[in-house]
Every structure is written in structure tokens, then in C-alpha cells.
Design a protein around this ligand. Structure first.
Ligand code: IPM
Ligand code: MN
Length: 375
């Protein structure tokens, strides 16, 4: 039997609670699909930092590398100044493990309320491939004459051809993977299908102002596109992207973008799919160790109340199985989620019509039901 070792960082606030439900669903899925999952807990996060002053060191990162995947709850503690844990733990791990892709599906599940008028699951179903290693997140810059009226602050958006190219190649491959077993993406026009296209990749940039960085992205995009004649290409400035994400989300299939733009547009995307309670993401190193997380925060005010929505963690678990190659098991979770969301009153904490633990229990029941041979 295939065994996977998963490192678990529950983290702060409601992180451990949502991760617990994710693990519950993952364990049940593994049992039904004939593979093993072993989980090992790590206590990185705000509590430990406040007690010991330690965030994470190189030896601890080396220990994490022994796992097949990492499962993360949330990072962020009201007692810790903003930036310390974000940079010291979350970004540190993304960089140290070279998780250069942040994969964020924007998918409206059935019965989930969206603030977008007249839009349903058939309109909101795309994926953002966020570059996760460079840009403004590189940390190049600084302050001089700090605290004086002449203070200067810089924070540079830096990209290498290498970073841009590996991200774009991932995105093009992802479009192929997304549509390989399915019919072509339904947003294609008949003439696109006629021309042999199966899906669409939209580059989101700002070529009209940030001409250096997006000049590089745009050139690389078109060069690489020539190797993927089956993928329709499209371009959108980031400001216009936010507009179309609200007005015509059905125009998107896969969006690829740089780090900070991806950070911003995926929060918008999350709201259109029902909020942070249901938005999942993966920090992916396609050749190495990946880390899956609900994209929302630690929601400290709901800690310990058994009211937080664990759906994002459950969906992140499905993404993890998919990346590990357990595609059937991942699809089974997806099917159970699709069947369960219409039964939820809301995706908001405390308003789901279920407690946190009940959501996990219900999904396990549905998975078992699904797996029963049909009479
Ligand atoms: C996210 C978060 C992080 C980011 C923060 C917490 C560092 O907002 O995962 O989107 O900016 O990437
Ligand atoms: Mn963010």
C-alpha cells in the first residue's frame, strides 16, 4: 500500500480546527481509496514564538523536507506584530522550499452564495496561477533617512527570466492538464475549437506602465505559447482583470500572473466564490515539496468555538491528493464537496447550519455513501 507522510502545521487561531477536519476527510478518503496517510504535527506559529522567541530554523526546515507534502492551517496571531510570522514562517517556507507556484482555484460550488448578481457555478470556475517566488516579495529595497521628512522607501518588483519562464510553463501545462480528460473549456468559441484549442491562458499584467517587468513576462508568454498551439492565449491588465472578475468571470479559464497581483486578485476571487471559508490554495514546487492551505487567515475571534468553516481546508486537502498523484481520491472529495455545499446555509463562520466538526463528519458520510457500489 502506498504511504504518504504529511507534515501538519496547524498554526494559529482557528488553523488547527480547520486542519483537523481536513485530516478527518483525508483519512477517510485514503481508507476508501487504498493508500495510507501518516500525519506529523509541528507547532510552528504565534504561540510558540511568544513562548520561545523562535519561529523556524534551518534544521526544522530540513526536517519538513522529509515529508511528501505539508498541510497548513493559518498563520497570524493577535499578540504578534504583523509581518513577523508572515515573513518569518509562511514566506520563509515558500522561499526555502522553492514553492514557486501558488495555485488558487476560484470555483463557485452549487448552492454557495456569491455577491456577483446573476452569476452561478457555470460562470465562476477558473484557476489563478500566481507566481510565488519573486516580484515585490523578493524583499529588495529598504528605507533611508528613516523618520525624517526626506525618508526614502523602495521595494522593487524583481523578476528573472528563469522565474517567469518556469511559472509560465507551469501555467501552460496546467491548462493542458485541466482539460485533458474533459471537453474543451466551454468559454471557447466554435472557431477556437475548430482550430484545435482546448483551453485558455490569460496573462494578467500591467504592460502599459510596468513596461520592464511585464515586457519580460509578455515576451516570454508569446515565445512559450508557440510551443502550446492547443492553448488559446489572452492578455488582461491587472486593473481590468479585477473588473472582468466581477462583471464577466466566465471569460476566464486559467489566469497566470506575478506574485503581488496574484495575491490581490485571489482575495477578490475568493469573495466571488463565497468567501475565505471555502477558498483553498496550494504552494507548489512541481519538482519538490508542496504546501496546501486554506487561503484565509487565522480568524482569532472564532478560535475554539467550533463555528469556523473548514471547507477551504478540506478543499486544500483534495488539492494535496491531486498533487500527490491520487487523482481519483481527490476527485471523490470534490464530488462530496459539490454534493454537500447546497446543504449549507452559508459559508460564513457560525452561520453554516453545521458546526466545524459536523462539516467534517458530514463529508466523511458522503464519501462513504459515494463509494458504496450502486445496486
Ligand atoms: C496569502 C497571504 C500572504 C501573502 C501573507 C500572509 C504573507 O496574504 O497567502 O495570500 O501575501 O502571500
Ligand atoms: Mn493574500
Amino acid at each position: 500500500m502506498k504511504q504518504y507522510n504529511i507534515g501538519v502545521i496547524g498554526g494559529d487561531g482557528t488553523g488547527p480546527e480547520v486542519v483537523r477536519e481536513g485530516i478527518k476527510v483525508l483519512k477517510a478518503t485514503a481508507k476508501l481509496h487504498g493508500f495510507g496517510l501518516k500525519f506529523k504535527d509541528y507547532d510552528f506559529g504565534g504561540e510558540r514564538y511568544l513562548k520561545t522567541g523562535k519561529i523556524i530554523d534551518d534544521a526544522e526546515i530540513a526536517a519538513l523536507k522529509k515529508h511528501d507534502a505539508l498541510f497548513l492551517g493559518a498563520i497570524g496571531h493577535p499578540g504578534v506584530k504583523p509581518g513577523i510570522l508572515e515573513k518569518g514562517l509562511l514566506l520563509k517556507l515558500r522561499f526555502a522550499l522553492d514553492q514557486y507556484i501558488n495555485l488558487r482555484p476560484v470555483k463557485l460550488y452549487p448552492g454557495v452564495e456569491t455577491p456577483l448578481r446573476n452569476k452561478g457555478p457555470e460562470h465562476i470556475d477558473y484557476v489563478v496561477v500566481r507566481e510565488n517566488s519573486g516580484g515585490a516579495y523578493t524583499g529588495c529595497g529598504g528605507n533611508v533617512m528613516t523618520g525624517t521628512p526626506n525618508e526614502v522607501a523602495t521595494q522593487e518588483m524583481i523578476y528573472t527570466r528563469f522565474q517567469v519562464e518556469r511559472c509560465l510553463r507551469y501555467a501552460f501545462d496546467f491548462v493542458r492538464k485541466r482539460h485533458s480528460k474533459k471537453n474543451p473549456w466551454r468559454g471557447l468559441k466554435p472557431e477556437d475549437v475548430e482550430a484545435g484549442k482546448i483551453g485558455q491562458l490569460t496573462l494578467c499584467g500591467k504592460t502599459n506602465v510596468l513596461t520592464f517587468v511585464f515586457g519580460l513576462w509578455e515576451r516570454a508568454f508569446h515565445e512559450i505559447a508557440a510551443e502550446y498551439p492547443d492553448v488559446k492565449t489572452d492578455y488582461c491588465h491587472v486593473d481590468a482583470t479585477t473588473m472582468w472578475m466581477v462583471k464577466n468571470p466566465e471569460w476566464f479559464d486559467v489566469i497566470v500572473t506575478e506574485n503581488l497581483f496574484g495575491d490581490i486578485i485571489t482575495d477578490l476571487g475568493a469573495m466571488t466564490q463565497g468567501g475565505m471559508g471555502i477558498a483553498a490554495g496550494g504552494n507548489i514546487n512541481p519538482q519538490g515539496l508542496s504546501m496546501f492551505e486554506p487561503i484565509g487567515g487565522s480568524a482569532p475571534k472564532y478560535t475554539g468555538l467550533n463555528v469556523i468553516n473548514p471547507m477551504a481546508a478540506i478543499c486544500a486537502g483534495a488539492m494535496m491528493l491531486d498533487t500527490l498523484g491520487e487523482t481519483k481520491a481527490a476527485a471523490a472529495i470534490e464530488t462530496a464537496v459539490t454534493a454537500f455545499t447546497p446543504r449549507m446555509k452559508s459559508q460564513a463562520a457560525g452561520k453554516m447550519g453545521f458546526s466545524t466538526t459536523e462539516v467534517g463528519d458530514e463529508l466523511v458520510k458522503m464519501l462513504k455513501q459515494q463509494a458504496k457500489p450502486k445496486k
